[in-house]
Write a protein that binds this ligand. Structure first.
Ligand code: HPA
Length: 245
């Protein structure tokens, strides 16, 4: 049976309703993960939970130890990963409060440790990453979003920026020309590290603001926090739906 791990992003540092049975402090060859991996029951099913930015929320996207996080989840027994990510909306369909299950990603980050395959190697490995997200996991999430009556897109291209600053209007315009529908700071290298560990991985994105230049107003933390608060109820219900299935 699949053991799901949920990586909670901004707005999902804890998972209410999770009956915690163990807090696993896992040391990895790549250092410490963002927080203890919580093992517990959610929606009647054993699940693992990790707060990507730590608990409390204190590690910015560019300083998350993605390798330690993925390694620790696999050590804890995860066989599939659902990542929850707050994003900015680029495509007109991606208004605040909209959900998206990206099917592709473009990586604009730099300087992040993005592979397990380095150091003293016996051979060079190139993993296939043509389709970064697991189709069957995305289908389950789509069914759950549908069941919850959420407004969502079952496809989208996630552009991952370095942060922690938000983008300029010109950067978003370039990303739009590149085909990006969403912008976030945490999609990579998380997705590729899951692939290197052969863990099916999907991303449940919640749009929390229009990307730079996509509205007349400047982007404020207050609007992002409001959207997160409004959207997290649906995120939790969607996760419960998938786990109960
Ligand atoms: N840009 C990058 N990352 C984000 C944004 C954004 O506008 N909103 C939430 N995460």
């Amino acid at each position: 049976m699949t053991v799901y791990a949920i990586i909670g992003g901004t707005g999902l540092t804890t998972l209410d309703g999770l009956t915690i049975k163990a807090a696993l402090h896992i040391d990895t060859p790549f250092g410490a993960p963002s927080a203890a991996v919580l093992k517990g029951d959610y929606a009647g099913r054993e699940v693992l939970f990790l707060a990507r930015h730590g608990h409390p929320h204190r590690i910015p996207s560019h300083q998350v130890n993605y390798r330690a996080n993925l390694w620790a989840l696999r050590e804890a027994g995860a066989t599939a990963i659902i990542a929850v990510n707050a994003v900015g909306g680029i495509h007109a369909a991606m208004g605040t409060g909209h959900f998206c299950l990206p099917h592709q990603i473009i990586d604009y980050t730099h300087g992040r440790e993005q592979t397990f395959f380095e150091g003293e190697l016996d051979h060079v490995t190139h993993v296939d990453f043509s389709h970064p997200y697991d189709a069957s996991l995305r289908r389950k999430l789509a069914d759950a979003l549908q069941a919850e009556g959420a407004e969502f897109s079952s496809h989208g291209v996630y552009g991952c920026t370095q942060g922690p600053r938000l983008e300029t209007v010109a950067e978003i315009a370039r990303m739009e020309r590149d085909g990006c529908d969403l912008v976030g700071m945490t999609g990579m290298p998380e997705a590729v590290l899951a692939r290197e560990l052969v863990l099916p991985y999907a991303c449940l994105s919640l749009v929390v603001n229009p990307a730079a230049g996509k509205s007349k107003a400047l982007i404020t933390m207050a609007e992002i926090e409001r959207a997160l608060e409004e959207g997290m109820g649906t995120v939790k219900a969607v996760l419960a739906w998938v786990l109960a299935g």
